[in-house]
Design a protein around this ligand. Sequence first.
Ligand code: ATP
Length: 213
Amino acid sequence: MQALGLMGGTFDPVHFGHLRLAEEALEALGLEAVRWIPSGRPGHRDPPLASALHRVEMVRLAIADQPLFRLDVAETRTLDETFTINTLHRLRRELGELRPLVMIVGMDSFLSLASWRAWQDLFALAHFAVGERPGFMLSAQTMVGGLALEYARRTAEPDAVQRSPGGAIVTFPMTALDISATDLRERLGRGASARYLLPETVLAYIRAHRLYR
Ligand code: ATP
């Protein structure tokens, strides 16, 4: 059973940083596919600006050309706040206990892990694959709240994600792309160009629906 990648996020809007993160994880870790899981109402951050419906449609457009990218809209169908721990329990119910699952995260997300709900329980459900992101690095100073200890205990080579259902933390190099949704929202808000930072189809959707203005 090949490992399945999970790409969670608000995708407000989705951009080339997200797409390269998923693509490079797919390649570096030999994943069977990557399931994109837009969050509905994320429990641990400010509410997204665009509605869940729009964010889902933007992800759908962004991943349309890559057959190994799949869309999972379940989180956007509930009015409850969404937490990764609940997502992983749902996926285990659907996919069984044995399939290796890999949460793909950028380094900034990984460094905030100790503030996620029931974070230490996440490792029993999935591996973590951490992609490098400009401006962020793993060190004793940046890994706070017990994360450094967990990292030391679980760090492994990338092929570890194929050998068990979960529990390892692996890092992989990623083409540095200093693109963020926050910056994109700000650009779009002041009517500046966002071209070449996200797929043209997504940009056309944003224009058509007058998002982020
Ligand atoms: P925001 O600026 O609104 O916080 P974001 O651009 O960081 O958004 P999210 O939807 O919060 O995007 O992120 C989803 C996942 O993608 C997270 O794991 C995040 O670390 C990762 N990610 C986002 N942008 C990049 C990037 N440029 N390089 C590497 N990882 C990224």
